[in-house]
Design a protein around this ligand. Structure first.
Ligand code: FAD
Length: 445
């Protein structure tokens, strides 16, 4: 490390910093620990200092100081990412955005907020005028909007609106550059893709303008099934019912529901389950659909009751993995997307791997149709076996976004987005932002 930390600290005097070793170590972590492959690789990767700006001027000062002293900078929201996205591989600064929590404005259908606003806080504010976030990860209580855009992909709500990367789900981003004289750039319309899902490598997002959806009273329902494929077919039929408004369809093969301690009483041992969040106005149609696939409703909460007790959303997406790992830390997971004519492939994988790979399917709107992302739970033995399982899926046409790698290129797109690269060269000429996360961008300040 050749940078002069003392000079850096002096040049940002007045801005909150954290230097206490255990705090800095904690804020250098994220949830890559779900991966037994990433955990040893990222062990001991700790920043030198955490800086917590309160406003855009302070962000600009920090950016200028990092550029001047050539100090690596890793932006952090709530640190709930799963791929070590905010673990600093080369030390330096963690820029903790969580103090920037202003909601600039909320209007019908659109909101503008600072990057550190928590998703749940924005949702609550929007609901005051009858709107809500279109989609949120299952970490919505803690995750920040900047972190979701830079590091997440979709979640609860994606069955209606698709993924964050889809055109129209993000309206504008305000970005501070890492130059000697940092600029503030407003990216609008198509240009937002220059920094959308870029893992904090190409500019510090300070403000976000995001479209909202109409807020519905949402009911929560658990349906159990004797046959796994009946649960899958039910999920697909509900997903295909365009007139029924829903926010979440998650399908879990036995024994996954047994890891859901607070819900276990509603899901008998050996049963497969669908966890649903459905608009109350669509509920009347649900029993007919459930009967068709021999399901049984074992839990139903009206919208007015859903604030209390367990929230079904916090058992879906990667929260499923969290609950399983609470019971058994040897469990890890895959991230996949099954091809659209998928039911046979899903059934094949379910039978082929048996207890070793437990099927957890989500349903999303995807390019005008329905797709099945899956976050299967894997009983981990060795890295070699994990790779074999991944290869087997790929050979059968299942797309794997590998959550056991910290390289952008192993994720959803299989390559760093050329738009991200072009923009990076403009906004981070010294290559200081989150260095080491791309295979084509060596750390070379
Ligand atoms: P962080 O983890 O702090 O950051 C994520 C990335 O964004 C990092 O690369 C960071 O450098 C960058 N970044 C953060 N803020 C900024 C900024 N202001 N400017 C530029 N770059 C920035 N993800 C989903 O998409 N859907 C899910 O349903 C989901 N479920 C999850 C469940 C669990 C239990 C866990 C642990 C994770 C889950 N995730 C999910 C991953 C993660 O929680 C989300 O993507 C979340 O939105 C990340 O927000 P964060 O504030 O924690 O971001």
């Amino acid at each position: 490390k050749s940078f002069n930390l003392a000079a850096f600290t002096a040049s940002i005097a007045g801005i909150e910093v954290i230097t206490e070793a255990s705090q800095v170590a904690k804020l250098s972590q994220d949830y890559h620990t779900f991966s037994p492959v990433l955990t040893p690789k990222l062990e001991g990767k700790i920043a030198d200092i955490v800086v917590r700006p309160d406003n855009q001027d302070e962000v600009i000062q920090v950016a200028a100081a990092c550029a001047k002293h050539k100090i690596p900078i890793t932006v952090r929201g709530a640190g709930t990412g799963n791929y070590g996205q905010c673990v600093p591989l080369y030390g330096g600064v963690i820029l903790d955005m969580t103090r920037m929590q202003s909601i600039c404005w909320v209007k019908p259908g659109v909101a503008r907020v600072q990057a550190g606003v928590k998703l749940a806080a924005l949702d609550k504010k929007a609901r005051e005028i009858g709107w809500e976030m279109r989609m949120a990860p299952s970490t919505y209580r803690t995750a920040t909007i900047g972190g979701f855009i830079a590091g997440g992909s979709g979640g609860i709500g994606s069955i209606q609106y698709g993924l964050m990367a889809d055109k129209g789900n993000l309206l504008a981003l305000q970005v501070v550059t890492l130059e000697d004289e940092p600029r503030v750039i407003e990216l609008r319309a198509e240009d937002v893709q220059k920094a959308n899902h870029a893992w904090g490598i190409n500019g510090i997002i300070t403000e976000v303008e995001i479209p909202l959806g109409p807020a519905y009273p949402w009911a929560e329902v658990i349906v159990t099934f004797d046959e796994f494929m009946s649960a899958v077919k039910f999920g697909k039929a509900l997903a295909d019912s365009d007139g029924m408004i829903k926010k979440e369809i998650g399908v879990f093969a036995a024994p996954i529901p047994q890891y859901f301690t607070a819900l276990r009483q509603y899901i008998p041992n050996g049963k497969h389950a669908a966890l649903l969040i459905v608009a109350e106005s669509s509920l009347e149609l649900l029993p007919g659909l459930i009967r068709e696939f021999n399901g049984e409703v074992t839990y139903s909460k009206s919208a007015s009751e859903t604030g209390k007790g367990a929230q079904l959303a916090e058992y879906t997406w990667n929260h499923t993995t969290l609950h399983a790992r609470t019971a058994d830390t040897s469990i890890t997971y895959l991230q996949s997307i099954f091809p659209s004519d998928n039911l046979k492939t899903i059934e094949h994988m379910y039978n082929h791997f048996g207890a070793e790979v437990m099927m957890h399917l989500e349903f999303i709107r995807f390019k005008g149709g329905i797709a099945n992302p899956a976050l299967q739970l894997v009983r981990y033995t060795t890295e070699e076996r994990l790779n074999e399982i991944i290869r087997y899926h790929e050979q059968h046409g299942v797309f794997i976004a590998n959550p056991h790698s910290y390289f952008i290129e192993d994720g959803w797109k299989r390559a760093i987005d050329p738009e991200h690269l072009k923009f990076k060269l403009q906004v981070d000429p010294y290559g200081l932002m989150n260095p080491g996360k791309s295979k084509v961008l060596p750390f070379n300040p």
